[in-house]
Structures are given as C-alpha cells and as structure tokens.
Design a protein around this ligand. Sequence first.
Ligand code: C5P
Length: 222
Amino acid sequence: QSVPVLTIDGPSGSGKGTISRLVAEHLGWRLLDSGALYRAVGYAAGMAGLDLSDAEAVTRCAQTTRIQFRAATHDGETRVIVNGHDATDELRTETAGAAASAIASIPTVRQALVDLQLGFRKAPGLVADGRDMGTVIFPDAAYKVFLTASAAERAKRRYKQLKEKGLSVTLASLQSEIEARDARDASRAVAPLKPARDAVLVDTTGMGIEDVVAEVLAVVNP
Ligand code: C5P
C-alpha cells in the first residue's frame, strides 16, 4: 500500500498554509509547503544576482540550492534554511512571492524540484500544500482539496498576516499584487493553478479556520 497523500491546492490567501498545517497536525502526517521551495529558489537566485528570466541560470540555481525545513522551536513556525542561512523572514514578503511566481513559470525549474517533493511522501501520510500538488506532483493522491476565497477576502487575510509579522503593506497594493501573481500562476503553460478533476472544492469566503479544517478532515475521514 502506498503512503496516503492529501493535496491542498489553491491561490494565495485561500488559507492553504494555515489549514494544511492544522490538518497535518491533526492527522499526525508530514507537511510539504511546496510554495516555500519556489520562494527559496527565487530568493537564492536573487542573492546570486541572477536575472530571474534567465531560465538556464535559474534552473542551475534550483538544482544546487540546499533547502532545509527546521521544526519550530518556540513560535510554532517552521524555519526555512536556504544554503545554510535562515531565510524565513525574507521568504514571507510579497516580493519573495512575486520572485517565486516568476521562476515557477520555468518548466526546468519545476522539474528540478520534483524529486525533492516526492521525497516528502513518508508514512504515515503527507499533506501537500501548493498549486499543482493534485494535478502534477501527486496525481494519484487519494484525497484532493482545492481551496478558494474571493479576491478581496484573500487580500484581507494576507494583509492581516503580514501586519502581524510586522511588515508594512497597504491593502490596495497587496490586492493588486496578489491578483497579478494569481493571474500569472493560472495562465502559465506548465502546471497552471487549477483544481484537479477529482478535487473537492471548498470556498472559504466567510468561513472560520475551524470550519475549514473540519471540512478538509471530512474529505479524509468521511
Ligand atoms: O504558496 P506560496 O504563496 O508560498 O507560493 C509562492 C509562489 O510559488 C506561487 O505564487 C506560485 O507561483 C509558486 N508555486 C508553484 N507551485 C507550487 C507552489 C508554489 O508554482 N506547488
């Protein structure tokens, strides 16, 4: 029997990150935050002074960047170590999100991250958070969810999240940045953001976290 996988895909601000973490904790399964991998490569490419549209250079960067996840110590947040440097704070900015989205449209960059992602599939199970978890990386997953929410609500959530982390942003600029990023993610030729045919759609607009967690858990244990 293969290790069970629950894929949770959706646009930014749909609540994927929080929901995936809580569901993984509840099930006692491992968690793959695939967005962090693309953010890490975008960050490493930026640090190396690469032109993010230089497919060859960025692909080499994706193949050689060391990305480690370190379990949270005190604040419940997993740290992301890129080439030995704790880049957690730099990675959560919208600038890092935009860089991730730019390099994520390069097919060979996506290819370079496949084995790393497949390696997260270990007993007793895996919750995989991303854009193409159910469509490309784990098409055979037993459980697939696609989370959505209205653009206004997603911008508001991201705004609150970034504010809590002490970052200075305006709601209006954040909303237009998020819309631009989602439009690019949804329209790219390779692994576009879209629900798998067999995914359960959950619109989280107006829903509390606990209710969304319960709906997602019901997909695994109906
Ligand atoms: O989920 P997160 O906002 O951290 O993802 C950052 C960017 O990485 C997304 O906008 C998307 O372009 C890219 N990404 C992707 N495939 C994934 C996860 C993230 O292309 N599985």
